[in-house]
Design a protein around this ligand. Structure first.
Ligand SMILES: Cc1cc2nc3c(=O)[nH]c(=O)nc-3n(C[C@H](O)[C@H](O)[C@H](O)COP(=O)(O)OP(=O)(O)OC[C@H]3O[C@@H](n4cnc5c(N)ncnc54)[C@H](O)[C@@H]3O)c2cc1C
Length: 386
């Protein structure tokens, strides 16, 4: 099939914006279709009563990849925000990831002993995993491990994913880091961190800002795309379309849930306006022992908005994604397990026959992608086209 230098992109989120920007610079004529009446997808942020908030929960850019950092620097500078998460557990408030400060707050009289042991065992190592901590044969360390495992991780994870802790992918647990110093940084391995100084929405607007790119908001691609599997042709507004198609929505939706709904976790995010300058210790505080809520975010502390006497916080309540006509439920985190991946692959197979169709982004690829992964994947894919 002859591919014109023409592409359509479904979804005006970060994945769509990245590929649109790169291909427009390669002289592709790009048309974007977005079902919302705003661009930015999950990263969408806006001002409410003069305070910048994130519609879909707090977003903090972080990466260790220079290439990705340099890419977003073309569109925005980042503020110098470092995510210092705290855990509120009963009357205790301590840093997350667990560090030496946390050990002092939790283990109290045993803290010096535990820290000394860890220093002796791990020397100059800066980070260890929870499973490395578990393997240490020492009574006091084991007591400390049992405490944080149950009260910090198990409760939170069970609430977050709606499943028993022992059903969570062990890789997730193994990834949990403990910092062997007083350093307080939620992303200790990532050199580049921060939020766009002029909002994510503005950053993504800049990415789309090219004369070869046209954006159509409030347009659901399901209504304008038709797939003729017999003849392996795709129709856009009833006309055969031979250009490239990048699809950043969920594939099950596009096929009317032929093989069932792809499962996602979702969140109910409740915003509260507070007549006070500062609500909490830091931008994000986790509540592992709360029966339903996982965390509270205070946006001003991330966005570094100053000279405002009020503040807005959001509380997050995890729940399952359920199909609804009014879009009350949002797809947030794909639930990655064998069964769900099989279902995703079934959908993928349906689209493989179309040589010009490319699933993209966290929904199209059914992956848990941070922003840097999202950008990286889209950049790599764009490299295939000249
Ligand atoms: C609660 C939460 C917090 C997060 N926090 C962080 C963080 O702190 N740091 C970090 O690095 N990453 C974070 N992420 C991940 C980050 O949001 C994603 O990496 C990124 O937004 C993915 O971009 P995307 O374009 O793939 O998807 P999306 O942003 O979801 O964009 C997809 C777009 O496609 C549109 N669309 C879908 N179907 C159709 C259709 N049929 N027709 C038209 N349009 C359609 C949607 O409306 C949407 O605008 C977080 C994710 C969540 C859920």
């Amino acid at each position: 099939m002859l591919i014109n230098k023409e592409a359509i992109i479904v979804g005006a989120g970060l994945a769509g914006a990245t590929i649109a920007n790169i291909l427009a610079k390669k002289n592709y004529k790009i048309t974007v279709y977005e079902k919302n009446n705003f661009i930015g997808g999950n990263c969408y942020d806006y001002y409410k009563k003069g305070i910048l908030i994130h519609k879909y929960g707090p977003h903090i850019f972080h990466t260790n990849k220079k290439k990705i950092y340099e890419f977003i620097n073309k569109f925005t500078k980042l503020n110098n925000f470092i995510n210092k998460v705290y855990v509120r557990y009963k009357n205790l408030l301590f840093p997350l990831p667990i560090n030496f400060t946390s050990i002092k707050i939790i283990a109290k009289n045993d803290a010096n002993y535990i820290i000394k042991k860890l220093k002796t065992k791990f020397g100059k190592t800066k980070l260890i995993t929870l499973s490395q901590l578990k393997k240490i044969n020492d009574k006091k360390i084991r007591k400390f491990y049992d405490f944080i495992f149950q009260n910090v991780y198990a409760n939170y994870t069970t609430k977050m994913w709606g499943i028993k802790f022992n059903k969570v992918d062990p890789k997730t647990i193994n990834r949990v880091k403990i910092i062997l110093s007083d350093k307080h940084n939620y992303f200790p391995q990532d050199r580049y961190q921060g939020l766009p100084i002029n909002t994510y929405t503005r950053m993504i607007t800049e990415m789309f800002n090219h004369k070869k790119i046209t954006i159509n908001l409030k347009t659901d691609a399901k209504k304008i795309l038709k797939f003729d599997t017999e003849n392996k042709k795709i129709y856009l507004n009833k006309k055969e379309f031979n250009g490239l198609i990048f699809y950043c929505g969920s594939l099950d939706e596009l096929c009317n849930y032929k093989f069932g709904v792809l499962p996602y976790r979702s969140l109910k995010i409740k915003f509260f306006f507070k007549k006070m300058v500062k609500f909490q210790q830091s931008a994000i505080v986790n509540y592992p022992d709360h029966p339903k809520m996982t965390r509270i975010c205070e946006y001003k502390q991330m966005t570094q908005q100053r000279n405002i006497n009020n503040t807005i916080i959001s509380k997050e309540y995890p729940k399952s994604f359920v199909l609804s006509k009014n879009q009350n439920s949002q797809r947030f985190y794909p639930i990655i397990n064998k069964k769900n991946l099989m279902k995703y692959k079934q959908y993928l197979k349906l689209f493989k026959i179309f040589s010009n169709f490319y699933p993209l982004g966290r929904l199209g690829l059914y992956k848990y992608f941070d922003m840097d992964d999202t950008i990286e994947y889209a950049m790599k894919l764009a490299n295939n086209f000249h």
